[in-house]
Design a protein around this ligand. Structure first.
Ligand SMILES: Nc1ncnc2c1ncn2[C@@H]1O[C@H](COP(=O)(O)OP(=O)(O)OP(=O)(O)O)[C@@H](O)[C@H]1O
Ligand SMILES: [Mg+2]
Length: 296
């Protein structure tokens, strides 16, 4: 059964589950929730062809927290939008192993506001469930639970403009988890927040995720954030985006966002990721200044 708009994306309910050749540490399962094969994406814009993604192959383990880092313009958002079915691959396949057919395949949280400004916090969080016709009592319990988890219960009747940026992102998180999707897609959700709010929200997200163990695909520009949150970090090459490196993050769960940074291994992993990323950031900067390495 497929409930995604994209004909190149297939849900593979009932198909034998694919085994990861190199399973990520800290993941619950060796099964792939998302399997990407030879994925390519080209945009035609004003007579110019831009190749955003080139022959990308990747398995994302079920129940894992998968983080993507890469230089600006390397195709991270394009990849996420294809996973969400909002963009069609030019070639290649994305398979999402769907457990249940009565749940949405994905929920997406963006960098800016992903919530409706004309709805209260409660109605924003309940929106997906109401659209699916979930019984009222169940909506009340689920939304109540996630508003509580995100500290939003006192603001249930407030409107987004009455909230701080951090609280608005909490609404996005409460809504995404209430919706109970198979996968959660997050595109730099905390990048607009100050350092203190970012750290708080990272901790809250990890707590909720620990309870649900949903498959998360999370884009960030922050290497610290990647190491703090992820089971596995993918470093993308500069455009056209490819998998440059996959680095497993060995820290146990549940994680304490602050204590983690004291671990000697933490600095080593951050250093390793930066080592891999730096060349790509340089290449992307050259590409932007028109002095690229021959890529389109
Ligand atoms: N709809 C579109 N039409 C034309 N080009 C596009 C479109 N969407 C993305 N691109 C181009 O594809 C490339 C990848 O864009 P994308 O937004 O995926 O990068 P990104 O890695 O998310 O960057 P950032 O880190 O800045 O958010 C860029 O060169 C971008 O200009
Ligand atoms: Mg982006």
């Amino acid at each position: 059964m497929t409930n995604l708009v994209n004909e190149s994306i297939e849900s593979v309910t009932g198909a034998p589950k694919a085994m990861l050749s190199t399973p990520g540490l800290g993941t619950n399962s060796r099964d792939a929730k998302i399997r990407i094969q030879d994925l390519t994406k080209t945009f035609d814009s004003r007579g110019k062809t831009i190749q955003a993604i080139d022959t990308l192959n990747l398995d994302i383990a079920a129940g894992s927290f998968f983080v993507i880092v890469g230089p600006s313009g390397c195709g991270k958002t394009t990849l996420l939008r294809m996973l969400a079915g909002l963009e069609k691959p030019s070639s290649g396949r994305i398979e999402i192993d769907q457990d249940q057919t009565d749940r949405p395949t994905n929920s997406m949280i963006f960098q800016g506001d992903s919530i409706f400004p004309w709805m209260t916090v409660w109605r924003n969080a309940a929106y997906g469930l109401q659209m699916r016709g979930v019984p009222k009592e169940q909506i009340r319990d689920t939304v109540g639970y996630y508003l509580d988890k995100t500290g939003l219960t006192p603001f249930a009747n407030s409107y987004p403009h009455q909230l701080s940026g951090g609280m608005r992102q909490r609404v996005s998180i409460a809504r995404a988890f209430s919706n109970d999707p198979e996968i959660l897609l997050m595109d730099e959700p905390f990048s607009a927040l100050d350092e203190q709010n970012k750290t708080l929200l990272q901790g809250e997200l990890l707590k909720i995720w620990d309870e649900t163990k949903k498959t998360v695909v999370f884009i960030t520009h922050s290497v610290d954030e990647a190491v703090t949150l992820g089971d596995r970090v993918m470093i993308m090459s500069s455009r056209p985006g490819q998998v440059k490196d996959l680095i497993d993050i060995p820290f146990e769960r549940p994680r304490d966002v602050l204590h983690l940074r004291k671990e000697p291994e933490y600095g080593e992993i951050v250093y390793r990721i930066w080592g891999s990323l730096r060349a790509e950031v340089d290449a992307a900067a050259r590409l932007q200044s028109g002095n690229g390495r021959g890529k389109k």
